[in-house]
Design a protein around this ligand. Structure first.
Ligand SMILES: Cc1cc2nc3c(=O)[nH]c(=O)nc-3n(C[C@H](O)[C@H](O)[C@H](O)COP(=O)(O)OP(=O)(O)OC[C@H]3O[C@@H](n4cnc5c(N)ncnc54)[C@H](O)[C@@H]3O)c2cc1C
Length: 529
């Protein structure tokens, strides 16, 4: 008899979530993590002496309240801190700063248009309505696309009723988000180029697509279903960085008897008679279990660890065609002083924008150019950059008072560079270009920069095992979501080999720090017992 009922490959936040729920269901569980630390993309580290930050993912909203409660994460130290404001700024110094003050927000929009604020409010309301509908699907197993049973029919009917309950305007918008192109939606709602620039950046959060791509704004809805402390749509940081989430998840799992092994890379999933029997580690150690839940992405799990010889050939072909790439580059920056934007002087004092999620974008056309540049294998220059300064809200991230850390997510950075160039050779140039660009907003940036770390898409793949550096384990596009993620025959977490399940972001509902695929996979596994 095996020592374990289930093995989880990978201690990302979803793997840890699955481990917790399986242990709650009475299973003996072992988690095997390749890295020396647990957490996957949700970790905190000291990246420069005296400066700590969330290394990869950096803001929270999507983590399901049910998971927070069931795993008792607050007890183990999870504490979100809301970001109240949002700044959209271009290098000419034009900006929109959105705060909790409605009149102030109206004044910001009125700088560029007399009608766009009203349009924005209506747009946000629709997004909230549709987001609320989608969020109800997050902790449910999607109904099967084919070979349906009664439970599939019931869940399709429930979804139909939810859509039916929307008002006609919201239903129309829902359809537009699914099949319309972001640029059409933006042009329909807004008139000012500056406001359109803001909405374009907002509507395309983690996806790798141009504004003309139908369905590309679905990724925005995916990012609109979250909450912090009951406040719908709110985003924030986590005290101590995102690693506090996964540390809490690991502690919660250990308290339930889960064994978590780090430096334990799985080389192969073993199969006999059409069922998994266990895994072999890179050290040649074999660990037996009748159930394996893979927190690794679909291609890594099914093509590398399992091997397509164990899969139906058409299924394997479809998994090879599953699109994984998000063209993201991530930097953590150590600063010896508060970064001050030239357009928003604050005399060295912390201002509203320092507590904001900040987007540096030159406009809607910039986004398109950045995308087409990346498609040619050229890193976008400049990229679109999302920035936060978490040390403003969590001063313990730096040893010295008045020093800061900054997170930069730079978008439209392709995994494959043109002319066979390697990221290892190009990285320094690209970082230099990013620093030059940020200096156009923060003139003293180079003077106060004391250190940084940078993860190119290749580094993300090497460090986290994310195929082609896709931060969501697969693009969030209509044909790769819901009951098609990662494949219509594997969207209920069970893979076509007996005992093998997918519990990471490559399963419904997709990427982000959500805990949802981990939760749903565990429910499926327990149901199959
Ligand atoms: C740079 C970046 C920025 C992001 N920003 C945000 C953000 O701000 N907010 C947000 O909500 N989301 C963000 N995301 C997305 C989000 O972090 C991820 O989608 C999510 O954390 C993935 O979680 P997961 O548990 O599904 O998988 P992962 O976190 O990828 O975990 C998979 C685990 O499997 C391990 N593993 C891989 N191969 C093996 C093997 N052979 N054997 C054993 N273990 C293995 C890996 O080391 C890893 O620990 C970001 C992601 C990245 C990379």
């Amino acid at each position: 008899m095996s020592e374990y009922d289930a093995i989880i490959i990978g201690a990302g936040h979803n793997g840890l979530t699955t481990a917790n729920y399986l242990a709650l269901g009475g299973l003996r569980v072992c988690v095997l993590e390749r890295r020396a630390v647990v957490g996957g993309a949700a970790v905190t580290a000291e990246f420069h002496p005296g400066y700590r930050n969330s290394t990869f993912s950096y803001v929270v909203s999507l983590l399901r309240p049910e998971v927070i409660k069931d795993l008792n994460l607050a007890h183990y130290g999870y504490e979100p801190i809301p970001l109240h404001n949002a700044l959209y700024i271009d290098s000419s110094g034009d900006y929109l700063l959105l705060t909790d003050d409605d009149q102030r927000n109206a004044n910001e929009f009125n700088k560029f248009s007399a009608t766009d604020y009203a349009a924005y409010r209506a747009f946000e309301q629709t997004v909230e309505q549709v987001g609320a509908l989608l969020s109800k699907q997050w902790l449910n197993e999607p109904p099967k696309l084919g070979d349906q049973g009664v439970s599939d029919l019931i869940s399709v009917m429930k979804l139909g009723v939810d859509v039916f309950k929307l008002d006609a305007e919201a239903r129309w918008r829902l359809m537009q988000f699914f099949v319309g192109a972001p640029e059409t939606i933006i042009d329909r709602w807004f008139e000012s180029a500056k406001v359109k620039a803001m909405v374009a950046a907002h509507i395309m959060p983690a996806n790798y697509a141009p504004l003309s791509q139908p369905g590309a704004s679905l990724a925005m809805l995916h990012h609109a279903v979250g909450e912090i402390k009951g406040q719908a749509g709110a985003w924030g940081i986590v005290k101590g960085g995102m690693g506090s989430i996964t540390r809490a998840m690991a502690q919660s799992a250990r308290a339930k008897g889960v064994d978590i092994r780090t430096d334990a890379a799985v080389r192969r999933i073993e199969v006999a008679g059409g069922r998994v029997t266990g895994v072999t580690l890179e050290t040649d150690e074999f660990i037996a279990a009748p159930i394996i839940a893979a927190n690794t992405d679909p291609k890594r799990t099914l093509l590398d660890l399992l091997g397509d010889a164990h899969l139906p050939s058409e299924f394997a072909r479809d998994i090879r065609a599953f699109r994984q790439e998000s063209a993201s580059l991530r930097m953590n920056v150590a600063l010896s002083a508060l970064p001050e934007f030239e357009a928003l002087p604050s005399a060295g004092q912390i201002a509203d924008y320092h507590r904001a999620s900040i987007t540096m974008t030159e406009g809607a056309e910039h986004l398109n150019q950045a995308f087409y540049s990346a498609k040619r294998g050229e890193p976008a220059a400049p990229p679109l950059i999302e920035v936060i300064i978490p040390s403003v809200l969590d001063p313990d991230l730096t040893d010295k008072s008045g020093h800061h850390v900054m997170s930069l997510l730079c978008k439209y950075m392709p995994y494959s560079l043109s002319g066979g160039r390697s990221w290892d050779e190009e990285k320094a140039n690209v970082v230099d270009g990013i620093v030059n660009y940020v200096e156009r907003f923060i003139p003293r940036f180079r003077d106060i920069l004391v250190g940084y770390e940078c993860f190119t898409p290749l580094d993300l793949e090497r460090t986290l095992g994310m195929t082609r550096g896709d931060i969501c384990h697969g693009r969030l596009e209509p044909d790769q979501l819901f009951n098609m993620r990662p494949h219509p025959e594997a969207a209920q977490y069970a893979m076509p080999v007996g005992g093998l399940y997918l519990c990471g972001s490559g399963a419904h509902p997709g990427g982000g720090v959500t805990g949802a695929p981990g939760h749903n996979a565990a429910k499926r596994i327990l149901k199959d017992q």
